[in-house]
Design a protein around this ligand. Structure first.
Ligand SMILES: NC(=O)c1ccc[n+]([C@@H]2O[C@H](COP(=O)([O-])OP(=O)(O)OC[C@H]3O[C@@H](n4cnc5c(N)ncnc54)[C@H](O)[C@@H]3O)[C@@H](O)[C@H]2O)c1
Length: 200
């Protein structure tokens, strides 16, 4: 029998959120993923994406979870990932959460408990440590060229012209317009952690 490979046996993935989410779960043999379903409450955008990618679409998260798939990628609103992750784990799906895990400490505790109970894989996705300049800083730090890390603060500042900012954060109540800048700290903190933490 031919051995199972990521090409012959890809992870079937459903993605929630067709903004950033469309850059996730792309079906190709290199990633080992196969995009099988999309979920979004923004019907027009969802339909366009579903037709373009040729996958099933859902506006209801519970219905989406009944789709035959192995894992769910969460790219819905930044501050709403934990309840979605907990539900997906309870439905037997592995979870990857894009750049945000939870909105409160209480949600964080509930999420950890749900992961422990599930025996499934939960991944927190943060891409900045893999950028070339952050990799180079990591290399320089680990060679001892920079000194010892003492103290760090993380915040996310994303300077854009108004037209881009408004396009990205449509609506007065959009999460990008009100979350405290320290909440979206992973883009800053993750490269520092990656450089300074010694892996055993
Ligand atoms: N790593 C990076 O560089 C990077 C870049 C952009 C965004 N992100 C992260 O990705 C996530 C999404 O970001 P975005 O810019 O696409 O946000 P967005 O607010 O533009 O899009 C979120 C999408 O989720 C949908 N959605 C909201 N509630 C839903 C629900 N209950 N059910 C189904 N769909 C729902 C919305 O309709 C929208 O299409 C955020 O957590 C953000 O931090 C990461």
């Amino acid at each position: 029998m031919a051995p199972k490979t990521k090409e012959s046996n890809p992870i079937r993935v459903g993605v929630v959120g067709v903004g950033r989410g469309l850059s996730m779960g792309g079906s190709n043999s290199t990633s080992g993923l196969q995009l099988v379903a999309l979920c979004d409450t923004w019907q027009e955008r969802l339909q366009q994406a579903g037709e373009r990618l040729g996958v099933e679409t859902y506006t209801d998260f519970d219905e989406f979870l009944s789709h035959e798939m192995d894992a769910v990628i969460l790219a819905n609103y930044f501050h709403q990932h934990a309840p979605f992750a907990i539900k997906a784990l309870a439905a037997g799906k592995h979870v990857m959460s894009e750049t945000a895990a939870c909105h409160t400490l209480g949600e964080g505790v509930a999420l950890v408990e749900a992961v422990e109970k599930s025996n499934l894989t939960y991944m927190f996705a943060e891409n900045y440590p893999y950028m070339a300049y952050n990799q180079e800083m990591r290399r320089l730090y680990q060679k001892g060229h920079i000194g010892d890390f003492q103290y760090g603060e993380g915040e996310y500042v994303h300077p854009d012209p108004a037209s881009i900012k408004l396009g990205r954060s449509c609506g007065y109540d959009h999460w990008r317009n009100w979350i405290p800048s320290t909440y979206y700290c992973t883009h800053s903190i993750a490269p520092v952690m990656d450089a300074c933490v010694v892996y055993f």
